[in-house]
Design a protein around this ligand. Structure first.
Ligand SMILES: O=C1C=CC(=NNc2ccccc2C(=O)O)C=C1
Length: 127
């Protein structure tokens, strides 16, 4: 089935953009995440991401990556799979966990939220 290497630029259903660098021979990659959302009223900065994808079977591989937000003390981890349709269009179906920093262990119960995100590839044409 369709091969999928994550290198390139992707947009999710919130309008956030992420650019993933070259995937090395171990499947590891890094990149930058520009969020379209932010609870923080601080200026939107780029946040670093690191992750890895399976390259032992490039047909619709699974992957995971972590975004360490650069302007709030929180972290999001994404896990998902790349799907390729008959026209070769790729989508990343992901689930995420957002961990916000809380003041004390008593607040730990409310510190993590979960959700889904779909990313589609942005190339020169469909910006
Ligand atoms: O300062 C912050 C804190 C959390 C954020 N979460 N963004 C997300 C969390 C889950 C899934 C997608 C996103 C996104 O920004 O696209 C963004 C900025």
């Amino acid at each position: 089935h369709g091969f999928c290497i994550l290198t390139g630029t992707w947009r999710n259903d919130l309008g956030s953009n992420m650019t993933i660098s070259a995937v090395n021979e171990a499947g590891q990659f890094s990149g930058l995440y520009l969020t379209a959302v932010s609870a923080a009223e601080k200026p939107i900065l780029v946040s670093p991401l690191n992750g890895s994808q399976h390259i032992d079977d490039l047909g619709q591989p699974t992957f995971g990556f972590t975004v360490t937000w650069s302007f709030s003390v929180s972290t999001t981890v994404f896990v998902g799979q790349c799907f390729v349709d008959d026209q070769g269009k790729e989508t990343l179906q992901t689930m995420w966990l957002l961990r916000e920093k809380v003041k004390s262990a008593e607040d730990n119960w409310k510190a993590t939220t979960v959700g889904t995100n779909v990313f589609t590839r942005i190339n020169g044409q469909n910006v």
